[in-house]
Design a binder for this molecule. Structure first.
Ligand code: FS2
Ligand code: SF4
Length: 538
């Protein structure tokens, strides 16, 4: 195996024996094969569109979910990944029969599926020899994986965007095209960012249409006395189905990690048994799932390989999977049946209290726009000197304590804008407020980084600036997996410069490609808190 798609990759170079995430080598190579056949299918759909034919949205959904399955910490289940390879090859064979001009199709579109294991060993990252081309192909592929994850969530809310799917598939196909130069691939990378903005806008529209605009909300972090289900990951439709099915059962529902922002949506407030948020970011789940006592439903990443003590209480759905854990799914647009989880919950003790009190969030675009006058006044008066975007991911690396220290040492006239699980490094610190505006404004999940971009664009308009980089906003972003890659590419597309990315720069950036990002966009890493404070002018 060779995998270097996430921040925790071994030695900042690549996982080769086993994933730091726990991914076994046979799973890693089968994921490589799934990406390969998905690219082959994408080459076929792209050719069909070029010939004027339509592609059914079930094929678009298959491509998105396949990519999502291969995102870090989403799916560790060899059987389900292998099944997806088979399903994808079958769909591809059928569509291939409709292609008139097969001459330009790559080998991946024509491979007939003989001997998965042998093939899988030959189609991974290292199959591309030139390190710059490899770097760009992987950067594009990872950005598309992140985009596919957001597309999948929008699809679950019956939101489809054929233009976006057509782009996603054509870009995937282009990562197989040996005729493309470094310059071509750099241009394609930026185009992925453009569609990243569109994908996040689609998901934002899907979420807010279904559940209303997030609003300032206080979320309990303590526990009640009822048995309960913990739901984690990012899929709000799964949460809706679970809340509906647990109504009047005596079973409460708590959120974990990236599901916390669900509390900010008006729609979910009507459920009295939606009890609060339990625990912290994904990487603390071994302790927190243990003490939760009840079943846990993972709707997406991030799964940490479970301890035996709670493995029979861990359930997966959608793109998520873990061998030995039960998986629940339903056809597109149909309700999933969570009754078995609810029955299990009824037999479990209530959660053990690990924290008490509450946290505040819900500062997505409409809520911040509603406060615009107060915010603008605070900036004009100097009460707020700078905004610090600290969105992104949390992770288990000790070096990430940098982000807590950074938040603690920020001057009192600064406000943190956050989204994603990165917030758990500082959302329980008492950082106070500025004239009633909390110093940590949480917009939501990682995909809600879109809100942060809209807020920046709104401030640019209000202050009559020509360049978003003239705003008093600095970017100190922590990344972990591939959804952070699409967020980064989206910000670059929107013209944001001088983003600092940590705790380490991606291993998949070759020295030449890292230089392109530094020279063109001012991307930089992090050093230590005190020096970085000076660099940021804080
Ligand atoms: Fe955090 Fe993991 Fe949100 Fe990532 S819970 S690192 O999936 O996408 O963010
Ligand atoms: Fe390693 Fe990250 Fe790949 Fe897991 S996802 S195998 S930790 S690089």
């Amino acid at each position: 195996m060779f995998c270097y798609q996430c921040q925790e990759t071994a030695g900042c170079k690549g996982c080769t024996a086993c994933g730091v995430c726990g991914k076994q080598p046979e799973v890693a190579v089968m994921q490589d094969l799934l990406v390969y056949v998905t690219k082959g299918l994408s080459a076929v759909t792209t050719q069909l569109r070029a010939e004027g034919k339509t592609v059914d949205k079930t094929v678009n959904h298959l491509i998105s979910v396949n990519l999502f399955i291969t995102i870090t910490n989403a799916n560790f289940d060899l059987d389900s990944i292998t099944t997806k390879v088979t399903e994808t090859l079958a769909v591809k064979e059928e569509l291939l029969g409709q292609v008139q001009n097969k001459e330009s199709l790559p080998e991946a579109a024509l491979w007939n599926g003989s001997d998965y294991t042998e093939k899988a060993k030959t189609v991974g990252v290292l199959a591309t020899e030139n390190e710059d081309i490899r770097s760009l192909r992987e950067l594009i592929t990872y950005g598309l994986k992140g985009l596919a994850a957001y597309t999948k969530h929008a699809n679950a809310l019956l939101n489809d965007d054929e233009e976006l799917d057509a782009f996603l598939q054509s870009a995937l196909a282009k990562t197989l095209d040996d005729s493309l130069s470094v310059d071509d691939l750099v241009a394609l990378t930026l185009e992925v960012g453009k569609y990243g903005v569109q994908g996040m806008a689609d998901l934002d529209a899907a979420n807010t249409t279904a559940y209303g605009n997030p609003e300032i909300t206080t979320v309990d972090i303590g526990v009640r006395k009822n048995p309960a289900i913990l739901i984690s990951g990012h899929d709000l439709k799964d949460l809706e189905m679970l809340l509906e099915q647990t109504k009047d059962t005596g079973v409460d529902v708590y959120t974990h990690s990236e599901m916390l922002p669900a509390h900010y949506y008006p729609f979910f407030k009507k459920y009295p048994h939606f009890a609060g948020n339990y625990g912290n970011a994904w990487w603390k789940q071994k302790e927190e799932f243990e003490s939760f006592n009840g079943p846990v439903l993972m709707t997406t990443n991030c799964i940490v390989p479970p301890k035996d003590s709670y493995k029979d209480r861990l359930w997966t759905t959608g793109a998520a999977g873990y061998p030995g854990c039960k998986h629940i799914d339903a056809p597109y647009g149909e309700a999933k049946d969570f009754s078995a989880i609810i029955e299990q919950a009824k037999k479990c003790p209530p959660p053990t209290e690990i924290e008490t009190g509450s946290i505040i969030g819900g500062f997505a675009h409409e809520q911040v726009f509603a406060l615009a006058d107060t915010v603008v006044e605070a900036v004009k008066s100097g009460a707020i000197r700078k905004f610090v975007v600290m969105a992104g991911c949390d992770g288990r690396a000790k070096s990430r304590s940098y982000y807590q220290e950074f938040a603690e040492k920020l001057p009192k006239d600064t406000v943190i804008l956050t989204a994603g699980c990165a917030k758990y490094k500082y959302n329980k610190l008492d950082l106070g407020d500025i004239g009633g505006i909390p110093r940590v404004l949480d917009a939501g999940q990682c995909n809600d980084s879109y809100s942060l971009a809209l807020i920046a664009l709104k401030l640019k308009e209000v202050f009559g600036l020509n360049d978003v980089n003239d705003l008093p906003i600095v970017y100190n972003i922590s990344w972990y997996e591939q959804k952070a890659v699409i967020v980064l590419l989206a910000l670059l597309y929107l013209g944001v410069k001088n983003i600092h990315l940590g705790p380490t720069l991606p291993a998949f950036l070759s020295p030449n490609m890292a230089k392109v990002l530094v020279d063109s966009f001012g991307i930089a890493g992090i050093t230590n808190v005190d020096d970085d404070m000076r660099i940021f002018g804080l």
